[in-house]
Design a protein around this ligand. Structure first.
Ligand SMILES: Nc1nc2c(ncn2[C@@H]2O[C@H](COP(=O)(O)OP(=O)(O)OP(=O)(O)O)[C@@H](O)[C@H]2O)c(=O)[nH]1
Ligand SMILES: [Mg+2]
Length: 254
């Protein structure tokens, strides 16, 4: 079993991408399970095989403890951690090759609380896993938005300790030139520096330059992969990267 945790800011396109990726894998005759880990979602764009909402009732928790939407989400995930082994057992029983886990959009659950990373490590256990970090094209199309998104991705990477692929989500809203620029920023820090210099000044520019140097020192990793859950594009490249990262380049299914 190979786990893919789909993470990214609220509204970045995680659920639609999870649905499209599931369809794409199924149409390629690869067995896949899809897990909803968002207690607050009302109707995800897929039929989940395993669902955290079977274990915690977000609406009930909100009412019972008088919490707001974010507080209730945090409490729901904290409570669901005690059922992580049951969730894993359900997943194992399905016996699929790939497991897509659609995570909640509140990044603080993963970056600043223990329940997010704990849930991730309990679900994957000793199976190979990676995280798919979605950079929202609406934000990443600006150089400073791209840099800020990469910083957030870096903090998730530190917390998860999993190999991470950076996906440029909703690539269908970008022009070919914009996509080429962002992919170049992800592989060549000098290009990003040029773009940041052209679009910022003063302290903001200096701060961006030091953040960029830090990211560069940490190693950029593979280039960002443009994908669209809406138009179902980028999945061949994405699948190629899964193979390379999880299986050391060997395709189990050939
Ligand atoms: N143009 C475009 N819109 C998209 C794409 N993927 C998602 N969207 C839109 O973006 C919005 C959010 O999509 P979701 O898939 O619910 O995003 P999410 O990251 O799961 O959101 P949360 O779970 O609430 O954090 C919806 O209006 C989608 O229709 C895409 O590939 N292209
Ligand atoms: Mg979602």
């Amino acid at each position: 079993m190979f786990f893919m945790f789909v993470v990214g800011t609220a509204g970045a396109g995680k659920s639609l991408l999870s649905a499209a990726l599931e369809d794409w894998l199924v149409s390629s005759e690869i067995s896949v399970a899809i897990v909803n880990l968002d207690p607050g979602v009302e109707s995800p764009p897929y039929t989940s095989d395993v669902d955290i909402r079977e274990y915690v009732d977000y609406g009930d928790i909100m009412q019972q403890f008088g919490l707001g939407p974010n507080g209730a989400l945090v409490a729901s995930l904290d409570m669901a951690v005690s059922s992580a082994n049951d969730l894993r057992e359900e997943i194992v029983d399905l016996g699929r090759d790939y497991v897509i886990v659609d995570c909640p959009g509140q990044m603080e659950l993963f970056a600043y609380r223990n329940s997010g990373p704990l849930m991730v490590s309990s679900l994957a256990d000793n199976d190979p896993a990676l995280s798919l970090y979605l950079l929202d094209s609406n934000i990443a199309r600006q150089p400073d938005g791209y840099l800020a998104s990469m910083l957030l991705g870096m903090s998730l990477n530190i917390r998860f300790g999993l190999p991470q692929l950076n996906l440029l989500s909703k690539a269908d809203i970008l022009s070919d030139v914009e996509i080429a620029d962002i992919v170049e920023w992800s592989t060549d820090p000098y290009r990003l520096e040029e773009a940041l210099n052209a679009s910022s000044s003063g302290l903001a520019r200096e701060f961006s330059a030091s953040v960029l140097r830090m990211l560069d020192d940490m190693g950029g990793g593979p280039s960002a992969i443009p994908v669209s859950g809406k138009q179902v594009t980028g999945f061949e490249t994405l699948y190629g990267e899964f193979q390379r990262m999880l299986l050391g380049g060997d395709n189990l299914y050939e």
